[in-house]
Design a protein around this ligand. Structure first.
Ligand code: ARG
Length: 456
């Protein structure tokens, strides 16, 4: 029996090709089958279909899952999407009983449920991989606890900081990202199934049972909202965009640090690339791509916002556009985190070069100004005095430690011999307010980071 229903003719090929989604939404097969199995169970439990029918349906769905996983399933574009492909195959396999599965359900609540199941899994995996990256950052920081580097503002050498302190800044960023994904999980963990096409369903369904079966902690409160809301996808894209932004900053520093100009790190051969023409080159392509791929995730975020803007309630086919951007963003962020963690963990740190740079270019000038403040000179005056001193040092080609007390005193008579005891170490040690770069503060930060990571 061919069910033609309302339509007098076949759909135009161009319209079909335009609306088809199975090439990309087949990725939801697992979620779709899980949703259908739970639905069949619930229908039987509620006496809406018989236990025997439910059993047949479930067996059919399980074998379809196998067919898909073994690459034996023939996806048919004329069947539009993954939901219709699976349902039609089910009817092919078990006959008309299969046609009962769609009782008390619509593709609208079905696809919203599938997408939320997908997003929940993606969120958990993203958090796991973020933690692996944090672990790599933490290990690198812990291995180089005493290493001092120049801290930068405006990408100009500014004040000495511990290398570990610099790395822990990224740990903090990624920790906030983890928090965002956790909150995103909370909002995604709401089940739309049971909302029907838009108005709810006229059957005695048990939504709590469905939610339990599918691992949702809540059921949606409004059927119109449930079938047309894609906030959760945008939530993911927004959190992913921020994470990628942080990734791109770290990647940029790795690119910079691995230049001959900086020479702070060398990327391990396993994570570097060569040049097809210049035999001497070792390029940071992985870090560059991590930086570059940030753009596509931002793009998907803006695309999703734009698709959702001004959509009237409830379901509209525009919503099908939620998929490719989310899928691509998940793939992008997961593969990026997966490769960045070992790249960071295997960075070769050129400690000598970093250490020497820490003191170069007068990075202790602020400490000398602070020294004068302690002698009672107002900070602004101290700033000018040390500015003059630095200009003198630059003109005479001297580092600060080459300058004799007598030269110091030409700029201010309050200088005494103890000015010579200002060192990188004293500069670090002085910055011992919470969150500063003093070694004992950084030690505390390392311990706190370890606790955060291991959830203690
Ligand atoms: N492929 C569709 C989507 O992703 C599934 C829902 C179709 N519903 C409909 N009423 N046409 O949104």
């Amino acid at each position: 029996m061919t069910l033609r229903g309302r339509f007098g003719k076949e759909m135009d090929d161009r319209a079909k090709a335009y609306t088809v989604s199975v090439p990309f939404d087949q990725r939801l097969y697992k979620q779709d089958i899980a949703g259908s199995i739970a639905h069949a169970r619930m229908l039987a439990k509620q006496g809406i279909i018989s236990d025997k029918d439910a059993e047949l349906i479930i067996m059919g769905l399980v074998s379809i899952r196998e067919e898909i996983e073994q690459g034996r399933f023939k996806f048919k574009e004329e069947l539009e999407d993954i939901h219709m492909n699976i349902e039609s195959r089910l009817i092919e396999k078990i006959g008309d009983v299969g046609a009962k599965l769609h009782t008390a359900r619509s593709r609208n609540d079905q696809v919203a449920t599938d997408m939320r199941l997908f997003a929940k899994e993606a969120i958990s995996e993203t958090i796991t991989r973020l933690k692996v990256l944090q672990q790599a950052i933490l290990a690198l920081a812990g291995d180089n606890k005493r290493l001092v580097m120049p801290g930068y503002t405006h990408l100009q050498r500014a004040q000495p900081v511990l290398f570990a302190h610099h790395l822990l800044a990224y740990f903090e960023m990624f920790q906030r990202d983890v928090g965002r994904f956790q909150q995103c999980h909370e909002r995604t963990d709401v089940m739309p199934l049971g909302s029907g096409a838009l108005a709810g369903v006229p059957y005695p369904i048990d939504r709590d049972f469905l939610a339990k079966e599918l691992g949702f902690s809540k059921v949606s409160a409004n059927s119109l909202d449930a079938v047309s809301d894609r906030d959760f996808a945008i939530d993911y894209l927004a959190a992913a965009s921020l994470t990628m932004m942080h990734v791109s900053r770290l990647a940029e520093e790795i690119v910079l640090w691995s230049t001959a100009e900086f020479g702070f790190v060398e990327i391990d051969d396993a994570f570097a690339t060569g040049s097809s023409i210049m035999p001497q080159k070792k390029n940071p392509d992985v870090a560059e791509l991590a930086r570059g791929k940030t753009g596509r995730v931002y793009g998907h975020l803006v695309a999703a916002f734009t698709t959702m803007k001004a959509l009237p309630l409830s379901y509209n086919r525009d919503l099908q556009e939620d998929k490719e951007g989310l899928f691509d963003s998940v793939d992008t962020i997961l593969t990026t985190l997966e490769v960045l963690a070992p790249l960071v963990a295997s960075l070769h740190v050129k400690s000598d070069r970093i250490g020497r740079a820490a003191e170069a270019n007068y990075t202790l000038a602020t400490d000398i100004a602070d020294y004068l403040v302690k002698k009672g000179i107002p900070f602004r005056q101290a700033h000018t005095i040390v500015g003059n001193l630095v200009r003198y040092a630059i003109e005479s080609g001297k580092a600060l430690h080459d300058i004799e007390l007598i030269e110091y005193r030409r700029f201010c008579s309050d200088f005494e011999n103890d000015v010579k005891s200002i060192t990188v170490e004293s500069s670090l040690a002085a910055r011992n307010a919470p969150g500063g770069t003093a070694p004992e503060e950084v030690e505390k930060a390392l311990a706190a980071a370890r606790r955060m990571l291991h959830g203690t």
